[in-house]
Design a protein around this ligand. Structure first.
Ligand code: AMP
Length: 550
């Protein structure tokens, strides 16, 4: 229990604060770093977010604070405003029985309040390098008596171009200060920084295998690149998601994917560097409150994200760097909860996955994607569970009255119930189950794959990706033709508008009596099929399915 924190010889007020926060024992990085830092020695901690590194440096800083000083005693540099706020919040919380005065400073915030707080007296400043330099240059931040400097997420600060700023800041602090550096990786420039500015630092490494904890279930799914969206929506259907973080490679990708998911009945929002600080904060708050379940982010945008109970992390795009993989999935399975980390893997990325596995020293399970039949069955199971719950709960007084009115009007109760279910399931139409193309594998083991995939129409067009008569085109059949009075321009207009593909994505169109044949560029087929449920021509919802080659 808390005796372990007591064994670290921290002030009782600190032990009380961490106990009240629910910490029962120090995490490995805390047991390693705290004894070094309380003695004033320099330390390098190679560790990622989620390992408990904040408390590892915050507790010794607080332990070593001297009461009633009128100068800043400790400085923490962090790459982002988000992380600065999070760290300042943690230090304030751990220091609440020591009356520690903690201030976060970061760009984008008005100078007035920060300067006012600095004038009134602050013990610990946590800030982003740019703003710290601004405040030094304005002559309102005096670091000449700082005893401890912490560089948090040093590699992130490096990749954001802050190294020179850090050097300037370190030069404004006393040469005999204590320096602690935390970084997930230790690239050359960080090592050089440590060599120049640190004094015989002790190194502590929390190995990555301890980071990919057992509480995270890791799986990967092999799919063709153009089927990733279809695969993701299938997984969304089957997973019990309370909140999910989906990683994509580019910032434009975040907007595109969140729109696509929302259109398919899975509301999602994008988190990217284009958002203003306010918009970002609002999005994060909606996510924290559970108003949105799915955030689509880039690695940069997700930096410093401090949300405890993310149930799922999805690697829509696999990261290039295995360390980034470990970092991403460490966002779930935290604080004793279990989490799921799912990666979509294209055939060309199998080598990269192998690298990730060797880095994480873990085999990541390859699983076959859920079939359309499994999804339909799962939808029905969920509907039946909901029905059973409401049947047990009762409390449908008004609905009862409505049913009675229908019975009095002569309708059969069973039929009324069936119609009610049909209405309840109407929203499923917004979630068409897009087909998946066969993944061609060569040397690696294949997962067991479904045979036949249900298309939007519920058929099983095995060879949906078969070419049309033109290269690069796939022929789709549409359930409206001459007898419905449609013209090629109706088809092009409706498909291009509703599915968001360029007109050039549509090739030859042949209108026949009861149906039409439409050629669509292979790259857009998944997109068109997935959105077919939303396409209307002459106020009629269309049905589209690939023409089988046989
Ligand atoms: P960090 O790596 O500093 O971002 O911490 C990761 C999470 O672990 C945070 O939510 C902390 O509140 C939590 N944490 C830190 N130390 C402990 C501890 N000794 N016991 C339980 N949880 C902790």
């Amino acid at each position: 229990m808390t005796t372990e924190f007591i064994q670290l010889n921290l002030h009782p007020q600190l032990v009380q604060a961490v106990t009240e926060r629910g910490y029962q024992a120090p995490m490995p990085i805390q047991s390693a770093i705290i004894p070094i830092m309380v003695t004033g020695q320099d330390v390098i901690g190679q560790a990622q977010t989620g390992t408990g590194k904040t408390a590892a440096f915050a507790l010794p800083i607080l332990h070593n604070l001297q009461a009633n000083q009128d100068h800043i005693q400790a400085l923490v540099l962090a790459p982002t405003r988000e992380l600065a706020l999070q760290v300042a919040g943690a230090i304030t919380d751990y220091g609440r029985y020591c009356n520690a005065r903690v201030l976060a400073v970061y760009g984008g915030q008005a100078y007035g309040p920060q300067i006012g707080r600095l004038k009134r007296g602050v013990d610990v400043v946590v800030g982003t390098p740019g703003r710290i330099i601004d405040l030094i240059e304005r002559g309102v931040l005096d670091l000449s008596q700082v005893r401890t400097v912490v560089l948090d997420e040093a590699d992130e600060m490096l990749s954001m171009g802050f190294v020179e700023d850090i050097e300037v800041i370190l030069s404004s602090t006393p040469a005999e200060r204590q320096t602690a550096l935390f970084s997930a990786t230790l690239p050359g420039p960080i090592r050089r920084l440590a060599d120049r500015y640190m004094h015989e630092p002790q190194s502590i490494t929390i190995r990555s295998e301890q980071v990919t904890v057992d509480t995270i279930e890791q799986r990967c799914y092999l799919v063709n690149s153009h089927d990733k969206l279809a695969a993701l929506t299938r997984l969304f259907e089957m997973e019990d998601i309370s909140s999910a973080l989906v990683f994509v490679r580019t910032r434009t990708g975040t907007g595109e994917l969140s729109n696509e998911l929302t259109l398919r009945g899975f509301p999602a929002e994008a988190l990217n560097g284009d958002l203003s600080q306010d918009a970002r904060e609002q999005t994060l708050n909606r996510f924290r409150r559970g108003q949105i379940k799915v955030l689509v982010a880039t690695d940069v945008a997700a930096r410093g994200l401090d949300i405890e109970d993310i149930s799922h992390v999805f690697n829509f795009d696999l990261p290039d760097d295995p360390e980034v993989y470990v970092h991403r999935i460490g966002r779930t399975g935290r604080a004793g909860k279990t989490g799921v980390a799912i990666s979509l893997l294209t055939p060309g990325e199998r080598r990269r996955m192998a690298q990730i596995e060797s880095f994480a020293r873990q085999k990541i399970r390859r699983v076959a994607l859920p079939t359309a039949e499994e999804i339909l069955a799962s939808r029905e199971t969920q509907l039946m569970q909901q029905m059973t719950m409401w049947l047990q709960r009762g409390r449908c007084h008004r609905e009862h009255q409505l049913v009675e009115t229908l019975v009095e009007a002569g309708h059969d109760p069973l039929t009324i119930a069936a119609v009610a279910l049909k209405i309840a399931r109407a929203e499923e139409k917004q979630r068409p189950i897009a087909p998946l193309s066969e993944v061609v594998e060569t040397s690696f083991d294949r997962p067991r794959r479904e045979r036949g995939h249900s298309g939007v129409t519920g058929r099983a067009p095995r060879a949906w990706a078969e070419k049309s008569h033109e290269p690069g085109m796939v022929r789709l059949s549409l359930n409206m033709g001459k007898r419905d009075g449609i013209r090629p321009s109706d088809i092009v207009g409706a498909i291009a508008t509703h599915t968001d593909i360029p007109g050039s994505g549509i090739g030859k169109i042949r209108i026949q009596e009861g149906h039409s044949l439409v050629d669509v560029q292979e790259a857009y087929v998944s997109q068109v099929l997935a959105k077919a449920g939303a396409v209307r021509i002459h106020r009629q919802t269309i049905e589209l399915h690939p023409v089988s080659s046989n």
